[in-house]
Design a protein around this ligand. Structure first.
Ligand code: AP5
Ligand code: MG
Length: 207
């Protein structure tokens, strides 16, 4: 099964991707994580991506589509995957249709008022886990691997505002794109805890 996780910044795509990967053995491919790894590694892609990410804008389509198209040719993607953060505009969705067979687009709906707090309170680990300060009880290390947690460079109020604007203008139209293909399923993560949201997802995936 090949799935797209769609949702605004802070909707819980990464949080739910970890749970889906654990329970359904699907490979998690996050374009945001790929760009951050490239920034850390000082690659040419990382240097290019950083200016766009810091501004809350989309990294150019040619670069992003090529990364995903290449990644899907790896052996580990042959048994099913989740795309987290791709596609992010209509052009990327049309390109994806040329090189992949998508079964389902899972749209995570969250009231926009909750997103700023969720993102600015997020702390992440290099192993991929993410937390919120409200549930960390002062802990500064990852419960899974023990590494020190840190805050993402783009998790500040000004960049979050720009990311939300980019989502509303460029990414939200994909909801209708996948609805018209009969592939859309939506879950709501308003007041639900991550586990409650995952229960909704489980019902959809088990059908
Ligand atoms: P990316 O890394 O994809 O960031 P994003 O879309 O802004 O999404 P986030 O990772 O911020 O949120 P999330 O939905 O994963 O939420 P999370 O689970 O962490 O992209 C970053 C940048 O890279 C982009 O801005 C762009 O520049 C570039 N880029 C990436 N892909 C691209 C593409 N295809 N094309 C061009 N450019 C691209 O949860 C957030 C917080 O909420 C956490 O603290 C979590 O603990 C908490 N939380 C989660 N669920 C719940 C819940 N149910 N209740 C309470 N708290 C919750
Ligand atoms: Mg994420």
């Amino acid at each position: 099964m090949n799935i797209i996780l769609l949702g605004a910044p802070g909707a819980g795509k990464g949080t739910q991707a970890s749970k889906i990967a654990e329970n359904y053995k699907l490979l998690h491919i996050s374009t945001g994580d790929i760009f951050r790894a490239n920034i850390k590694g000082g690659t040419e892609i990382g240097k290019l991506a950083k200016s766009y990410i810091d501004a809350g804008k989309l990294v150019p389509d040619e670069v992003t589509c090529k990364i995903v198209e290449d990644r899907l040719t790896w052996d580990d993607a042959k048994h099913g995957y989740m795309l987290d953060g791709f596609p992010r505009n209509l052009y990327q969705a049309q390109q994806l249709d040329k090189f992949a067979n998508i079964d389902l687009c899972l749209n995570i709906n969250v009231d926009e008022a909750l997103l700023m707090d969720r993102i600015c309170g997020r702390r992440v680990c290099s192993c991929g886990e993410s937390y919120h300060v409200s549930t960390l009880n002062g802990a500064t290390t990852c419960a899974k691997c023990g590494s020190e947690l840190y805050q993402r460079a783009d998790d500040n109020p000004d960049t979050v505002k720009a990311r939300l604007e980019t989502y509303n203008t460029q990414t939200a139209p994909l909801i209708d794109y996948y609805k018209s293909q009969g592939k859309l399923a939506s879950v709501t993560s308003g007041k639900g805890s991550p586990d409650e949201v995952f229960e909704q997802i489980r019902k959809i995936l088990d059908k």
